[in-house]
Structures are given as C-alpha cells and as structure tokens.
Design a binder for this molecule. Structure first.
Ligand SMILES: CC(C)(COP(=O)(O)OP(=O)(O)OC[C@H]1O[C@@H](n2cnc3c(N)ncnc32)[C@H](O)[C@@H]1OP(=O)(O)O)[C@@H](O)C(=O)NCCC(=O)NCCS
Length: 166
C-alpha cells in the first residue's frame, strides 16, 4: 500500500462502527487494546484520527484501516489510546503517521509529554518514545486498569515522549 492509497483524516460520526470494529478486534483477539463501546467512541470522536483507504473508483465507501486517539490527563500530559492498524495494512507507515498526528495535537494543546501503555514498546521506541516507570504517571491513569481483563497479569510497558523534542 503506497502513501497515496490512504489518507489520515478526522473521523465523522458515520465512521464510528468501523473504528469500534477495529479497536475491539484487537481487544478480543490479542487483548492489546482496551475495549471501547460505540458510545464512548462517539463521545470522544474529536480526539480521534483515522486512516482511510482511498477508493480510486470513487463511489464505494472508503474503508477505515487505522485509528488513534489522544486523551488529555493533565495540563502537561496526554496519552495515546486506541492505536490500531488493520493487520493486512501493517508495516506501511500508517501507525507512525497516526502517532505523529496525536503528537501534533498534543503539542498544539501546549502539552509537555505524551505517553502510551503498550505491549509493543519496540514500535514506540522507534518513534522516539522511551520506557518510563508507572510511578511517573498520574494515579488516576490506573483507575482504567480496573476494567481490564489482564488486571493482575498485565505486561504493558509505559512509554513516554517529550514534546520539547519536536
Ligand atoms: C503497533 C501498530 C499500531 C503499528 O502500526 P504499523 O502501521 O504496522 O506501524 P508502521 O508501519 O507505521 O511502523 C513504523 C516503524 O515502526 C516499526 N515497527 C512496527 N511495528 C513494530 C514492532 N512491533 N516492533 C518494532 N518496530 C516496529 C516499523 O518497522 C517501522 O520502522 P521504519 O520507520 O524503520 O520503517 C500495529 O502493529 C497494531 O495495530 N498493532 C495491534 C494493536 C496495538 O498493539 N496497538 C498499540 C497499543 S498502544
């Protein structure tokens, strides 16, 4: 898939079902993402970016192949959430572009750092993130863990990126 075959855009309400399907595919099959329901996605739609296949034939619906969202925790700290790229579209630079959009948003909002909780730390290191300690994150972040099926066996790695570097 070449760069001209997809676009990174803000979603519209009509994209919610596909975004929900993408996030929950990974939530159910590999538990790499926390599940989200349609209503949560709709309510937080402004925080999302999506990757959409560009349909050269024009008339058919363009497929959502990736998504990411930015959650603001404090004046200085945001989290990248719900980052997912359809399996058959991975390895083409789409995940990196979705992260770049969140970084751009966080920077424009005057944030200092952006973090993620991930089972794929190597991917984030490649984008300039470094491992951090859970103790460096606000306590309220961990309230969400209560809803996670991996609560007691969680292997998520906290990674962080300084926005002063961009
Ligand atoms: C993690 C994920 C979003 C990466 O998306 P992607 O579109 O495949 O990644 P990209 O193609 O943009 O990769 C960008 C770079 O990171 C590298 N990379 C991708 N996945 C990697 C991994 N698991 N480990 C190390 N490097 C990785 C790529 O080789 C590429 O390197 P390059 O810039 O030198 O070419 C995707 O694999 C995914 O959706 N995984 C399942 C859900 C998930 O784990 N989400 C993250 C939860 S926080």
């Amino acid at each position: 898939m070449k760069q001209q075959d997809y676009k990174i855009i803000k979603p519209v309400a009509g994209d919610v079902d596909e975004v929900w399907g993408l996030i929950n595919y990974f939530a159910e099959t590999s538990q790499e993402l926390l599940p989200r329901n349609r209503n949560q996605i709709l309510e937080q739609l402004l925080s999302f970016w999506i990757a959409k296949k560009v349909n050269s034939k024009g008339s058919q619906k363009e497929e959502v192949i990736g998504c990411s969202s930015l959650h603001i925790w404090t004046n200085n700290l945001s989290e990248i959430k719900s980052l997912a790229v359809k399996q058959e579209c991975q390895g083409k630079g789409i995940g990196k572009k979705l992260i770049d959009k969140c970084i751009e948003d966080a920077k424009n909002l005057g944030q200092r750092e952006i973090f993620a909780l991930t089972f794929r730390p190597a991917f984030f290191y490649k984008q300039g993130f470094r491992e951090t300690s859970k103790d460096n994150l606000p306590h309220k972040v961990w309230n969400e863990c209560i809803h996670c099926p991996k609560l007691l066996t969680c292997g998520e790695v906290p990674v962080i990126f300084s926005l002063n570097d961009v």
